[in-house]
Each structure stands twice: as C-alpha cells, then as structure tokens.
Design a protein around this ligand. Structure first.
Ligand code: ZN
Length: 583
C-alpha cells in the first residue's frame, strides 16, 4: 500500500473542513444557495492556505450528481472523480507550465463544447499570474462572454501581477494565513485519527514552522512522523526542526523578571551549548516579548498572539506582575540588541549584556499608581502637591548660628566706593573707615572681604593678574601692606616677581585702597597648614557648604519630602535655582 502524504490524505473535502477561511466558505455557500454564481472566481492568498482545495470543493458543489448544493455528497462518481482529479469536465491547469497563447487558444476551443456528463465545464487555473500577456488577452475574450455552461476558478499567490481587465471580471476571494491555534486544532484532530502520540507543545512548534500554511504544517508533521515514528518526543521535534526550545525562552523570561543575573547568563551558556545562533535566540525572545506585550495590552488575545492555549496560560502566568510599560521597555532593549548583534563580532556578549540590563531594569511606577498614592497622601493631610511653592522658596528651618552661607564681604566703604566709582552714600555704615582713620593702618587685620573685593576689582581691569592673585594665600591684607604666600617656584610666584607685573598691581592697589600699598611675596615649600586658603580653595569650600545647605533646604521642602516618600527615593544632587553667581 502506497503512503499518501498527510497533506493529500487530509485535504479538506467540504466547506466545513476548510480551516481558517470561514469568510470564503460562507460567501461561496451563500452564493450557491441563492443561485447567484459568478462565472469566474479568483482565489488569492499565501501558499498552502486552501485555495486549490476550495476550488475543488466548489467544483464538486457545482457538479455533484445530487444537485448543486453547499455540501457536495463526496460519494457520487462526479464527486469522487473530482477528488481524484480525473473528472472529464473539470480541468486543472497549471498556469506556470501552460503560459503560452496556444494553450489558451486550445482552452477557448474546448470552452465551446458542452460538458460531457456534468452541469458545468470547470477550468481551475492555478498560479494564473504566470500566464503571458498574449495568453491573458486570449483568455479575456472568453471571460467577456463566457458560455453559460463554463465556470473559471483562478488561484494565485500574486494577484497584483494580474491585468486589471482580468481582475475586474472575477469575483475575488482573499484567503488568510491560518491562525496558529486553528492549525494546532486541525493537527491534533489528524494525529488523533492517525493514532500518533505527540504533545500540544510539539504540535505548536510544527504549526509555527508552517507559518500560517496548513500544507506546510502537514508536510512538517510528515517529516516529524518519518523521523520519530508513532510516539513523538518534544526534544526530537526541537532537534529536528532546529527551533529554539521554548523552555529556554520561558526560563530566560522568568530569570529576567526575577532579576536573576546568574540565571540569564546561564541561559546564554545553554543557548551556546545547544549550538543555536545567538541572534536567532534573541529574535525568538523578541517574539516572546511581543506576545507578552500583546497579552498585557489586550488581555484575551490568543489569535493575535498566535498561541496555543497551553502556551497562553504559561505566558500569562509569567508576566503576571510585570507592567505593560516595563514589557515595552524590555522589548525596546531587545530590538536594539538585535541591530547590534547583526553588526557585532561578539553576538554572545551583546546578548549577555542586554539580558543583564533587562534583569536589572528598574520597574517604572505607572502614572495611575502615582496619582493614587498622591491622592492618599493628600487625604492624610501630608500632601501639599498643588501649593506651587518653588523648592528654593521653602521655609528655611536652619537653626540660628548654624549658617553655612557665604559670609558677605566686609568690604570697606572706601573700597566699595572706589570699585563702584562713586562716593559712598550717607546710609552706608561708617565703622570701618572710622577705625581705619583712627587707628594705625597696619592694625587692620586681614579680612577676606577686603581681599576678595580687591581681587574682584583687579579682575575688572586685568583678568590675567586677578587669576595670579587667586592662587595666593593672603597672609595679611591691609591698605598699606598685602602679604601673599605662593608655592616657591610656581608659575604665579615667578610671574608676580616680574617688575612690570608688580607695577601694574601697585597701580591697581593705589586705585582701590587710595594709599600706596606694598606687596610682599612669601615663598612656601609644600606645608600650607594653618595658612589662609587661596580664593580658589575658598570658592570650592563655599560651594560644598552651599550644596549641603541646598540639600537641607530641598529635603525639608514638603513637595520634595512627599516625592521622596512616594518613590522611596533619595536626593542624588541639588542644583540652585536663581541663586546669585558667586565670585
Ligand atoms: Zn456528489
């Protein structure tokens, strides 16, 4: 007994058997019921989705000896002849090998004669888009005025290659890819009839390989049965089809969601061990996350996601606690990694890194949840979300005396006046000049204010000179004597010893202090302990003090405090708003 491949043995024989094309069979059955049967049909769609089978079922429905009916009897001689392809009135023509105009001329001759035994002469032309232009033109004549006893059924995978004149004379039916669950159902029915032991998971793998084509799925099943016999093990199917084991994908997904870094690396090791391509595995994982996103977004979406019920349940369990936003972020990372893997010489590295990144992805808090938390805070009276108080205007609760604010420069009014270029106003405090005038000028101790004021004044006139001064340690600053310490041999020290530079400096001091000022330079050799800081050092000290202060202020602001509580956060850094620029 010869072996009949499953695809032929289980070819659908009635409209009911036609899987996944209910829209086609329904319309055809309605047309037959109402007697409005077109004289030319065009069946389009991918290969293996049932076009030729439908053409034969339609031929039987039209010619069955029991009468034209939506359900051909499949037992009369006409029906059995059509099934076997031996009917004298049904012509199956392969468009790919009968493309010439002569073939069509022959067909036109044939069309003239009445059918020998049946109601209609039926011409089924497969791959009709392969006909030559002249053949189409010859065919067109017949299609324009077909004899009432003739029906044409064209099938094609590429309808866009047909001339519009042909298309417009046909009733067109678009066949869809068959959804995976329907293919699995049909495969299950067939293996049960064939008494083959095989799991749903393995059938899903086979169906996925078929990619929406029933014929391809059945051919794959044939191949699996030839290899495994009547008891099919999942591992054998995995090995035979070269598909990535779904368990690995599930394990990878589970490890990512569990933030298990060791786990994801172990998966990559296994992928390598099985000899899968890293990129292929990445792509399967992309498909897996696409499915997870769809399930999360749509809920019940077995058809959209192309899943068998078992896989569906498993994936829903996997992604239970993960938010849609996070799934989409995972998917984005994977897609980016796929591009990288395509270009990288180290695909394994790219895969490892992306999986680690995914395992360490911090979950986002959905906006809904944030709003809910804010509302509960408001209810509890702790929230001041809508107060509109900017962070930097919050009440400063710093205890008295603990000021870390930069001391305001105690610039003497004389200095102020000269630097501003005008006479001091009457309400300016006058204690300092009084002191200065009364006491010895040498008694005026160093005040950082004087020094800073002077350097600022110099910067306005000679910026380079001011830069030299910023590196000096002001041992003593008074209008008559300024004593500066520098690292001996430093650039600044040597520069200031230059007579020309010193002349400039004395001139500026004269303008600032209104007396002749003596500058003394002291060389230092490393040890700066106990010495006053340079202006540069002071600036950075002030800055860190200000940071501490800003942080305190920020932390005590109600909005920030609420945010910290809601997000379980810590203050990373604080930036001043419109605080004045420091010297
Ligand atoms: Zn019949």
């Amino acid at each position: 007994m010869s072996y009949l491949v499953l695809a032929r043995k289980w070819r659908p024989q009635t409209f009911r058997d036609l899987i996944g094309q209910e829209h086609v069979s329904q319309t055809l059955q309605n047309a037959i019921d109402s007697g409005r049967i077109a004289h030319a049909f065009l069946f389009t769609g991918a290969r293996g989705v049932g076009k030729t089978s439908s053409a034969r079922i339609l031929a039987k429905a039209l010619n069955c000896e029991q009468g034209t009916s939506t359900e051909p009897c499949n037992s009369c001689s006409t029906c059995t002849e059509i099934t076997a392809g031996t009917s004298v009135d049904v012509f199956e023509i392969d468009g790919a090998s009968n493309t010439s105009v002569d073939d069509i001329r022959e067909l036109r001759e044939n069309v003239k004669y009445l059918p020998s035994r049946s109601r209609y002469k039926i011409f089924i032309i497969d791959e009709v888009h392969m006909l030559s232009t002249s053949a189409f033109n010859a065919l067109l004549k017949t299609l324009e005025e077909p004899p009432p006893h003739v029906k044409f059924i064209f099938a094609t995978t590429e309808p866009h290659k047909l001339p519009i004149t042909i298309l417009s004379r046909c009733q067109r039916f678009d066949f869809k890819r068959i959804p995976l669950p329907k293919i699995v159902d049909r495969l299950r029915f067939i293996v049960d009839q064939e008494q083959v032991g095989i799991s749903d998971g393995a059938l899903a793998m086979i169906a996925r390989k078929g990619d929406g084509s029933m014929r391809d799925s059945l051919s794959t099943l044939d191949q699996v049965l030839a290899f495994c016999g009547e008891q099919v093990k999942d591992d054998d199917v995995v090995a035979l089809l070269g598909v990535v084991d779904r368990r690995l994908l599930q394990d990878a997904t589970r490890a990512i969601f569990a933030r298990d870094c060791r786990g994801v690396l172990d998966i990559v090791r296994q992928v390598d061990g099985f000899g899968y391509s890293m990129r292929h595995f990445g792509q399967e994982l992309i498909d897996q996350f696409r499915t997870l996103v769809i399930l999360k977004a749509v809920g019940d979406a077995a058809e959209l996601a192309e899943l068998s019920p078992g896989e569906l349940a498993e994936l829903q369990e996997l992604s239970g606690g993960v938010a849609l936003d996070d799934l989409q972020r995972h998917l984005t990372l994977l897609l980016r990694a796929d591009t990288e893997m395509a270009q990288s010489s180290f695909p394994r590295l790219v895969l490892e890194m992306v999986l680690l990144k995914m395992a360490n992805l911090v979950p986002v808090i959905p906006v809904d949840e944030i709003l809910a938390r804010l509302q509960s805070l408001e209810k509890s009276g702790r929230g001041v979300v809508a107060s509109g108080v900017p962070v930097w205007e919050a009440p400063r609760r710093r205890p008295e005396g603990a000021s870390v604010e930069k001391p305001r420069p105690a610039v003497t009014p004389v200095a102020k006046a000269s630097s501003a270029g005008k006479v001091p106003e009457s309400d300016t405090p006058r204690e300092a000049p009084a002191e200065m005038n009364a006491g010895s000028l040498n008694e005026v101790t160093e005040t950082s204010g004087d020094w800073e004021g002077f350097v600022m004044f110099v910067r306005g006139k000679k910026p380079l000179l001011a830069a030299l001064l910023e590196h000096g340690r002001p041992l003593q600053v008074s209008p008559r004597l300024v004593e500066l310490a520098y690292e001996s041999g430093s650039f600044q020290y040597n520069r200031l010893k230059d007579t020309e530079v010193m002349t400039d400096l004395s001139g500026l001091a004269q303008a600032y202090f209104h007396v002749a000022t003596v500058f003394q330079l002291k060389p230092l050799s490393g040890n700066t302990e106990g010495l006053p800081p340079t202006l540069l050092e002071k600036k950075s000290l002030d800055q860190s003090a200000r940071d501490v202060e800003l942080r305190e202020v920020a932390a005590s602001h109600p909005v920030v405090a609420a945010a910290l509580e809601i997000f379980d956060g810590v203050i990373e850094s604080v930036r001043g708003g419109d605080e004045p620029e420091k010297v």
